[in-house]
Design a protein around this ligand. Sequence first.
Ligand SMILES: O=C(O)CCC(=O)C(=O)O
Length: 348
Amino acid sequence: MAHSPSNYMEDKPGSINGTTAICATPEERIDKLKSTPSENSPIDLSKLDGPDHDRVAEEIVRTAETLGFFQVVNHGVPVELLESLKIAAHKFFGQPPEKKAAYRKGVSPSPLVTYGTSFAPEKEKALEWKDYVSMLYTNDSEALKVWPEECKDVALEYLRTSIKMVEKILKILMEKLGVTVEAAKIDALIGFKMVNMNFYPTCPNPELTVGVGRHSDMGTLTVLLQDEIGGLYVKVEENIDGKQKGEWLEIPPIPGALVINVGDTLQILSNGRYKSAEHRVRTTSEQSRVSIPVFTIPNTTEKIGPLRHLVERDGVALYREVVFGDYMKNFFGNAHEGKKSLDFARIN
Ligand SMILES: O=C(O)CCC(=O)C(=O)O
């Protein structure tokens, strides 16, 4: 590949200049023809408040136990806000490179805001074809003070409204594990919150690159808004509903819907019952794409391990107890490599 995206920010010597830096290795490239779109209908969360509560709750549990990925509608995040978020993301990334570079690691005026490219550029064999801005949440007034002007108001409203939905879904998933759900426990599991905005510039040769490499999320639940371009793929972990283990399903954009995925923390807590979802992103040559995840993550001091009664029931613990801060350090210390992040806690 001769050239990098026009507003790609990475300038480390020896990385973006070499052709290998942005060409994914053949086994990591995404063959669109070797994947099928997921046909799962989105789950209507408003039905949790009516007579269909149990059926909808069961559907959430079942998808968390199988694919670890589902889409939701009537989720409580206003649809107009979703549109404003996409506009704000384009506004942020459409700025001149030097404006965005002001938020790079090491120079950003606040440790809560980081602008970067790829996941762990110094570790990856090939850079991901994306830029991102990451906004860590501590409290409203700090967010409004230090998050980028172009997107702070909508990002904060998105965080507030999606957290309510996350709490609802998490409560259902924890209850199904037989856990009495105290507000404090839920708070600890999603104590650390972050809104990211991802920008995937158009790519002249999408078949040679990756937008985001294969990975699972480290946290509890992730909420994702994707625009109408498409390109998000999830790996089928076990044969189910006519889908074969190892197959990649495309999660099609659905207007007004949000994508939810299970993270490693829930897989560990549930002793493997809930599946953190391995996913990746393909770029396109036609239009740039934006996606906006909200990551909900345990507090760094929280101890994460399989729930005791599940270990008793299963007769074996699949994971050891880890302090979440250590898990996180290991996660960020390595390049994306599927669900390898879970090995840090796995008991062989
Ligand atoms: O862009 C997407 O659809 C997914 C992004 C993602 O996986 C991430 O930011 O970790």
